[in-house]
Design a protein around this ligand. Structure first.
Ligand code: SF4
Length: 186
């Protein structure tokens, strides 16, 4: 696919990356569900496989989907806010490179009006929703963003404290989201 070839050759923010650009995305224009996350971690970068880490394990468990289906581009496109590993900060990975989504997302999302888009974590939600709300507020009111978006917190173990403080998310909200997701995947 031409767009994927162009992305593979991208060097837009090369001067800010810790390694040579290695875009990690999974994409097919026919997939019914699109996951927009943050940026690949070092394990995803090393293996060239998105969500190939503890965050990915939790995400698949939240979505009730096994690896075989998760890594099927005909079912799911995986398009992070930054396609290349951004490097480390003192408190974890750096945020996704800000050049990436404005450069590539519009073309990748063209024709996605009828698809379900999962916005995972604050970076993706801030960019697409631009409503100046906290992640907790958005998740409490997640139905307001339907039918286009499903919102999830980032499944990173770094968010365990948030998840512990907000038990309603996994107990009440997630089962409703799983039902919606199933409708798009079947
Ligand atoms: S992060 Fe995005 S914009 Fe930067 S080099 Fe990788 S693909 Fe290009």
């Amino acid at each position: 696919m031409e767009i994927l070839d162009k992305i593979k050759r991208c060097t837009e923010c090369i001067q800010h990356l810790p390694f040579a650009p290695r875009p990690i995305i999974q994409y097919s224009s026919s997939a019914n569900v699109l996951i927009i996350g943050q940026a690949p971690g070092i394990k995803a970068h090393d293996s060239a496989k998105p969500w190939n880490d503890a965050s990915g394990h939790r995400l698949r468990s939240w979505l009730q989907i096994d690896e075989q289906h998760f890594y099927n581009p005909q079912l799911l496109s995986i398009v992070p806010m930054g396609f290349c590993y951004p490097g480390k900060s003192k408190s974890g990975d750096l945020p996704p490179r800000p050049e990436c989504a404005p450069k590539w997302h519009a073309e990748l999302l063209r024709g996605a009006e009828s698809k379900l888009i999962l916005l995972i974590g604050k970076h993706a939600q801030d960019y697409y929703l631009a409503d100046n709300k906290s992640l907790t507020d958005r998740l409490l009111n997640w139905r307001d963003y339907q039918p286009k978006y499903l919102l999830l917190p980032h499944p990173s173990p770094r968010n365990n404290i948030w998840l512990k403080k907000q038990p309603w998310f996994e107990l009440e909200v997630l089962p409703q989201m799983q039902k919606i997701l199933r409708e798009y995947l079947t």
